[in-house]
Write a new protein. Structure first.
Length: 455
């Protein structure tokens, strides 16, 4: 019996050795016995995350006047009360919200979204077909899903710089796509030239996407429509997909009569199709928008894509299962969006609130002698603090940022995280705090700069 058992053990060991030979050596693992691919996900998404999280534990309030004033969160709290009030009016929630629906998004919800788009930021785009829409849990999820579908691991996404600091993490963490900053040779805040784009394109091994953000984050501006059209045309002619991220489309707060008029990529599609062919534009032009910013509702997690690429929509039918919007949220938002009077009043009020806060910020920056790029959209202001650096290095930018965060207790977004062209630029998110805190923040910054002028 012992001999038989021993022989069986040896046979099993031999089988295991043969299996190892067939399967190859055991793959390397990351810490915690995780797959190596998890290493990106376990790294901080942003360089300043630890300081930010520490600052969150001691925030400024009316009763905590010495607390941290955090101006790096891209959320709008200025008009949340109006949204909450409208959602609370939805009393009758049907049993159907507890069941499955289309993983591309509930059909009634998509119909309400299509109507909302036509009536607001894409009124010149013609009819929006709900069947060309897919809804996911936030625009980050939408971009990840699009990149998963159109890019191979290691493919590159060209992004005009500076850009939203979390794009780096969002593109790399799951889809394994590499962002490539494209700088404008003109040195202006506009989009890169075709020559700039060509140079970046040539440096890539497998470029697949041009990602545009309009209105712009972090610049807080509406991009020139002709320049956007030019960049989209350039990308389509080189076989790239174009993602137009329009998450701030309904947060344009420029004064009435301003020359900065937002135009959606959806409205540019007919002219592009006439020049390049309808099929090409339908296959490769995708527009993203949502309700996190424009509706002060980042916690509801609702992001949308408009595309006429049927294969991409089929992919969304599948991967949408992993990041769908809850039935309850979809029902609440459907009721709110179908209330055209509410939508109109809310957007008008929100835009006024954004402009009011920005005006406070603008006045304070001028008084403090801090140069800035005039803003007209979103909740951002791009400030230029190069003259306050002792030398033009990223280490010096970090020293200034750390001093402001630790001593002045004011947190901006570092320009380096936004891929600024040179050290000394910072992004201010002005819609997360009340106007009083915003004004106080710049007063603190001014005092810190004065105190450390000769340091």
């Amino acid at each position: 019996v012992v001999e038989v058992v021993s022989r069986e053990k040896e046979e099993r060991k031999e089988e295991e050795r043969n299996e190892e030979k067939e399967e190859g050596p055991v793959r390397a693992r990351a810490e915690g016995d995780l797959a190596v691919r998890s290493s990106t996900a376990t790294q901080p998404a942003l360089s300043y995350l630890d300081v930010f999280l520490e600052a969150m534990s001691d925030q400024w309030t009316e009763k905590n006047a010495q607390g941290n004033i955090i101006l790096l969160i891209a959320e709008n709290k200025l008009t949340t009360g109006m949204v909450v009030k409208r959602l609370r009016q939805v009393k009758n929630v049907p049993d159907s919200v507890l069941g499955y629906t289309s993983f591309r998004g509930d059909p009634l919800f998509r119909a309400a979204i299509a109507k909302y788009v036509q009536q607001t930021f894409a009124s010149d785009a013609g009819a929006i077909d709900p069947e060309c829409l897919a809804v996911s849990a936030g625009c980050g999820a939408v971009i990840d899903n699009v990149c998963f579908a159109v890019c191979d691991r290691g493919s590159e996404v060209l992004i005009p710089a500076p850009y939203y600091p979390a794009f780096d993490n969002d593109l790399r963490v799951r889809s394994g796509v590499e962002p490539v900053p494209v700088f404008s040779s003109s040195g202006s805040a506009g989009l890169p030239t075709n020559e700039d784009l060509d140079k970046a394109f040539s440096s890539c091994s497998n470029p697949r996407v041009l990602l545009l953000t309009n209105p712009h984050n972090p610049l807080g501006t509406v991009l020139n429509a002709q320049q956007v059209h030019r960049c989209i045309k350039w990308a389509l002619m080189r076989g790239l997909h174009v993602i137009s991220d329009e998450i701030y489309a309904n947060s344009v707060h420029a004064p009435e009569g301003s020359r900065e008029v937002f135009r959606s990529a959806m409205a540019m599609a007919p002219d592009l199709a006439e020049k390049l062919g309808e099929e090409l534009v339908a296959q490769r032009l995708h527009t993203i928008f949502g309700f996190s910013k424009d509706f002060c509702a980042s916690g509801l997690r609702v992001g949308c894509i408009h595309t006429k690429n049927r294969r991409l929509l089929m992919a969304m039918d599948n991967v949408g299962y992993f990041c769908g919007v809850s039935g309850h949220t979809a029902h609440l938002m459907t009721q709110a969006l179908e209330d055209a009077s509410f939508v109109r009043r809310f957007l008008q009020k929100n835009q006024r609130n954004l402009r009011s806060s920005y005006n406070v910020l603008e006045s304070k920056l001028k008084a403090a002698g801090i140069p800035f790029l005039p803003a007209s959209a979103g909740m951002f202001c791009w400030i230029d603090m190069r003259k306050f650096l002792r030398e033009s290095t990223w280490e010096e930018e970090k020293r200034l940022w750390t001093g402001l965060a630790k001593d002045a207790k004011v947190l901006f977004t570092p320009g380096r995280d936004c891929h600024a062209s040179e050290p000394g630029y910072f992004r201010i998110c002005f819609a997360w705090v009340p106007e009083r805190a915003l004004a106080l923040a710049i007063d603190r910054v001014a005092r810190y700069l004065e105190k450390n002028a000769d340091a």
